[in-house]
Design a protein around this ligand. Structure first.
Ligand SMILES: *[C@@H]1O[C@H](CO)[C@@H](O)[C@H](O)[C@H]1NC(C)=O
Ligand SMILES: *[C@@H]1O[C@H](CO)[C@@H](O)[C@H](O)[C@H]1NC(C)=O
Ligand SMILES: *[C@@H]1O[C@H](CO)[C@@H](O)[C@H](O)[C@H]1NC(C)=O
Ligand SMILES: *[C@@H]1O[C@H](CO)[C@@H](O)[C@H](O)[C@H]1NC(C)=O
Ligand SMILES: *[C@@H]1O[C@H](CO)[C@@H](O)[C@H](O)[C@H]1NC(C)=O
Ligand SMILES: *[C@@H]1O[C@H](CO)[C@@H](O)[C@H](O)[C@H]1NC(C)=O
Ligand SMILES: *[C@@H]1O[C@H](CO)[C@@H](O)[C@H](O)[C@H]1NC(C)=O
Length: 818
């Protein structure tokens, strides 16, 4: 039965009894498993949250499912499984769904909702009634294209299961064909005690981040309490950019082009800041604005020209013309900024038109002009009709440069600001009223601080339904993404061309991909390019729709609706509806308004073991081990002879040890010991647990009778004290073997065993030499299967003798008895 993919065992592990008992008393509804699985393929992230809940009461109970997802994402799937029966959400037109929803409400049905929370997240909530002693599985999928900001992509995962969970894990997998150049893990969940629950592996084009906190840690960390974890895990990365014309990928009749050249000089700016100083800015807001402006002025380059306008019902200029950012001019500008005082009403129309006039009066060859408006309120002096202000500004700018509108605080008419910015090649941005508002302002400025290209036009041969192809400015640290359909299949190559203006000249970039290569799609990536295209098309249409009227607006809305229904995206025009067990349809999600096929990149040559008379083949019959960490771009591997009994991990301070017996592929036996009384022995057929008094025996895959040992189909997840290990059963060439993946271990010098050496620091030197602990070691570029994952991917690695990695003799790592 497919829903049995996952089993949980409760047994009487004494060091957990207290926690388990409390949880059962406090939470009659027990979330016994909470998994987040995120797969990022070429910046397109698909995240699945799976929560498994048991009603431990002898009566039926309403069970809630509540999670937070990034605002930028579209929900694309929701599913509930109750007593083996699956209830799938269906995406419908919003109005249609809303009618059913109001009927449901009038019948007293509860219904799901998505609402905006904080700066970056939206909350998804729903509930279902679950019979006595029954279980429900909730599964929510959302998709998003990660945007590059300040040189990094950021995947944000929020975890707040609402109670401590025995089987909690977050698994992130990133695959980027040009190679991953940087990987960082941040966020509240990667701090202090929780940091040792994070493990990372990076290998050329792939990266894995896993977060496996124990139940105890979920109640004792900084960002958690009685109700378990509550915080974010943020995975930041960037990709290699060896090809200045970008990365062109195609599959399944669709293409995507990522364009972010780096090796070009910055273009000097003409920038005008239009700053609201009306009465409502008084207090902290005006103070933070002054601080941010002082910092921003300090960051201007000497060949930039700038202007400052402050306004309430009157307009005041620091200087009537733009002036160069010389030291002297910056000094008087800073004095002007320090004296900005709040006062009076808000005349946005006159202030923005003044800024446009100043830029228009200052044409300069080879420069990029930018107008930035900061306001916290609605126009209420001078021209105060938003539609007329928008028309005036659009006419004055005439498409010549972008206008960015920053809306400060909650009283702004953000729709008005966003629309005005979008009509002028810019965008609106909210500045949240908080202690870090000055940093938010600076952060926004940094994104537009370094223009590298203007007038960017991208063209693609034989294509249609292409997303936006004209961009007024391209800034350092960002990325232009274009996707479309390939219509002409008779072409030999699919070509991309980019024409733009750089500091000194017009530039052209070209790239192409062979159509015959496009045919060979990896099955798992078959639809990724198409979904990315649909996501980007809907996102851009939602922005464009805001600036349109009448029939054009209707046409855009229809296109958004059609695509959202086809690709099952929950957008502001659609809703997710699910038919619950009671037979009632309920709306579970709608979106709040607010504002590998690929081109075949030359792979790293598969050197493997190179045997020659000069360097004879290392023909040890051994088993290969991998070591990887966040700080090292490439893993290191080493071989150990088969048939040894090895010390895998010992922590004398918590009385934990794990030993294993190596056969030819992996381990045939692994033993874990905790304190004197507890042990877990595994071989490839049996799992034997001993708690001092009783022995409990399981078979792999068996459903046991009754939490600190979690049995999944080909894995056992064990927590003992401060160590959490997932033990996998693999099969290769018909032979079964075991392999442990230490998901968590304490960080202190007392740790011993071969898996205790998990933070290897090394340096790559020329000539395939790597330096480990002040020793130069000859290395061979090789490969190793990563048995720490169920899929056992094959990774490239620097093969070195085990002695240099383990810093000891084999005898230091062997035991006489498991
Ligand atoms: C586990 O199951 C056994 C037998 O089925 C039972 O005696 C024991 O009390 C159970 N333990 C827990 C913690 O429920
Ligand atoms: C995560 O999702 C990917 C893609 O759907 C799947 O291949 C993989 O098995 C999942 N991993 C886990 C641990 O569930
Ligand atoms: C549920 O259990 C309680 C106490 O064990 C008992 O009093 C009550 O009658 C039970 N309810 C049902 C519906 O069985
Ligand atoms: C663009 O940013 C990169 C770092 O992300 C930096 O190395 C480079 O110098 C910047 N280019 C310019 C022209 O400032
Ligand atoms: C690029 O596309 C635009 C719009 O389709 C077209 O006007 C222009 O001539 C094209 N330029 C080149 C160089 O193909
Ligand atoms: C794509 O473009 C073609 C015309 O080239 C059009 O017939 C088709 O409807 C478009 N498809 C979508 C999904 O917009
Ligand atoms: C695993 O251990 C059990 C109990 O000691 C034993 O009966 C069984 O034969 C072992 N299986 C293998 C494959 O060694």
């Amino acid at each position: 039965e497919p829903s049995l993919a996952f089993l949980i065992v409760v047994f009487n592990v004494a060091f957990k009894v207290k926690a388990t008992c409390c949880v059962i008393c406090r939470f009659n509804v027990d979330i016994y498993s909470f998994h987040i699985n995120s797969t990022v393929t070429s910046r397109y992230a698909v995240t699945v949250i799976t929560s498994r809940v048991a009603n431990r009461l002898n009566e039926s109970k309403e069970v809630h499912f509540q999670v937070k997802i990034p605002k930028n994402a579209f929900i694309s799937k929701f599913r509930m499984t109750i007593e083996g029966k699956t209830y799938d959400g269906v995406v419908k037109e919003k109005e249609e769904a809303q009618q059913q929803y109001s009927q449901a409400v009038s019948r007293g049905e509860s219904a799901g909702m998505v609402s905006s929370v904080g700066r970056t997240l939206e909350e998804f909530k729903t509930s279902v009634t679950v019979a006595a002693f029954s279980k429900v599985t909730f599964e929510l999928t959302y998709e998003e294209l990660l945007q590059r900001r300040l040189g990094k992509y950021q995947l944000l995962i929020n975890a707040q299961p609402m109670q401590p969970v025995a089987d909690f894990k977050i698994d992130v997998y990133v695959r980027e064909s040009p190679g991953i150049s940087l990987l960082e893990v941040k966020g509240g969940l990667n701090t202090n005690e929780l940091a040792n629950a994070v493990t990372t592996t990076r290998s050329g084009t792939e990266a894995w981040v896993n977060f496996y906190p124990t139940r105890e840690q979920q109640t004792k960390c900084d960002v958690c309490g009685e109700n378990g974890l509550n915080g974010d895990l943020i995975i930041m990365y960037d990709v290699d950019r060896r090809n200045p014309s970008g990365e062109l990928q195609a599959s399944d009749g669709y293409f995507v082009h990522y364009f972010a050249p780096t090796d070009i000089p910055r273009i000097p700016k003409n920038v005008v800041f239009v700053i609201d100083r009306s009465g409502s800015m008084s207090g902290r807001k005006i103070q933070q604005t002054r601080e941010a402006l002082l910092k921003i002025l300090g960051d201007l380059a000497e060949d930039d020209y700038f202007g400052l306008i402050t306004f309430d019902d009157r307009i005041e200029v620091w200087n009537p013309e733009l002036l160069q950012a010389t030291e002297r001019n910056l000094k008087t500008a800073k004095d002007f900024v320090r004296q900005i005082k709040d006062n009076g009403y808000t005349n946005i129309n006159a202030a923005v038109l003044k800024g446009v006039e100043m830029i228009n009066k200052h044409p300069r060859e080879g420069s990029a002009s930018i107008l930035i408006l900061l306001t916290d309120g609605a126009p209420n002096r001078g021209e105060s009709d938003p539609t007329r202000i928008q028309a005036n500004v659009k006419e004055a700018i005439g498409g010549k440069f972008p206008l960015y509108c920053l809306g400060f605080g909650f009283d702004v008419n953000f729709d008005f600001l966003n629309k005005m910015a979008l009509e002028n090649h810019g965008r609106g941005r909210r500045i949240y009223e908080d202690s870090d508002a000055d940093l938010q302002l600076q952060g926004f400025y940094e994104e537009v601080a370094v223009p590298l290209l203007t007038g960017v036009q991208l063209n693609y041969t034989g294509s249609s339904n292409v997303t936006q192809t004209r961009f007024s400015h391209y800034y350092n640290g960002s990325e232009i993404v274009v996707a479309g359909q390939i219509t002409d299949n008779s072409l030999e190559t699919f070509q991309a061309e980019v024409i733009a203006v750089s500091k000194n000249s017009r530039v052209t970039y070209q790239d192409s991909v062979f159509m015959k290569d496009i045919a060979g799609v990896l099955p798992q990536h078959e639809h990724f390019t198409q979904r990315l295209w649909a996501y980007l098309t809907v996102k851009q249409l939602l922005e464009k729709e805001m600036t349109l009227n009448g029939e054009e607006k209707e046409a855009a809305r229809k296109e958004i609706l059609d695509l959202s229904l086809k690709y099952e995206f929950v957008t502001p025009l659609t809703s997710m509806v699910v038919t619950k067990p009671e037979g009632e349809e309920t709306q579970v999600a709608h979106k709040p308004k607010e504002g590998e096929n690929r081109k075949r990149m030359p792979q790293r040559p598969a050197w493997g073991l190179s045997c020659s008379s000069l360097s004879p083949c290392l023909s040890v019959i051994g088993v290969r081990f991998l070591i990887s960490s966040l700080d090292q771009p490439k893993p290191v591997c080493y071989d150990l002879p088969a048939a040894s009994k090895l010390r895998l991990l010992t922590d004398p301070s918590s009385d934990f040890s794990m030993n294993g017996e190596l056969s030819t592929k992996g381990f045939n036996q692994i033993a874990l010991h905790y304190k004197t009384d507890y042990s877990l022995m595994l071989n490839t057929s049996h799992i034997l647990y001993h708690d001092g008094l009783n022995d409990v025996m399981f078979l792999w895959g068996q459903e046991p009778s009754n939490v600190s040992l979690i049995l999944r189909i080909e894995e056992v997840d064990v927590t003992m004290g401060t160590v959490r290990v997932v033990l996998f059963r693999h099969k290769k060439d018909g032979e079964m073997f075991l392999w442990p993946a230490v998901q968590q271990q304490p960080n202190h010098v007392g740790i011993q065993g071969i898996f205790g050496k998990n933070n290897l620091e090394y340096e790559e030197l020329p000539g395939s030499v790597i330096k480990i602990k002040d020793q130069d070691v000859k290395a061979t570029w090789s490969t190793a299967a990563d048995y720490r994952r169920s899929s056992a991917p094959v990774l490239g690695c620097w093969l070195v003798p085990y002695k240099s990695v383990l810093q000891g003799e084999l005898s230091d790592f062997t035991v006489s008895q498991l």
